[in-house]
Design a binder for this molecule. Structure first.
Ligand SMILES: [Zn+2]
Length: 95
């Protein structure tokens, strides 16, 4: 009898243990997937916004500037680096 109850107990314990592990593992996996999806989305949108933010390119030296760069800074670059005007270095820039 002692043997039976011990083995039952062992089975029971193993079952609970593995279920617990499984649910913990599943939860962790879900969490990882959520985090990965979150991180992926963030990374993607950051890459996108970085590309969008760097789309003022000097046509003379190909240096990229933030989209938010003000005209005076671009003009200064054009004049001090190339002795050119803003329009010559940044023909696509709209003031
Ligand atoms: Zn330049």
């Amino acid at each position: 009898m002692g043997n039976v109850s011990r083995s039952l107990c062992g089975v029971n314990t193993t079952y609970v243990y593995s279920t617990d592990l499984f649910s913990q593992g599943a939860k962790a996996q879900q969490k990882r997937e959520r985090n990965a999806a979150k991180a992926g989305a963030t990374a993607k949108s950051q890459t996108k916004s970085n590309q969008a933010a760097m789309n003022i390119v000097c046509q003379t030296c190909k240096q990229a500037f933030m989209l938010t760069t003000r005209a005076p800074a671009l003009e200064e670059h054009a004049q001090s680096r190339h002795s050119k005007t803003l329009a010559e270095c940044f023909p696509t820039y709209v003031k």
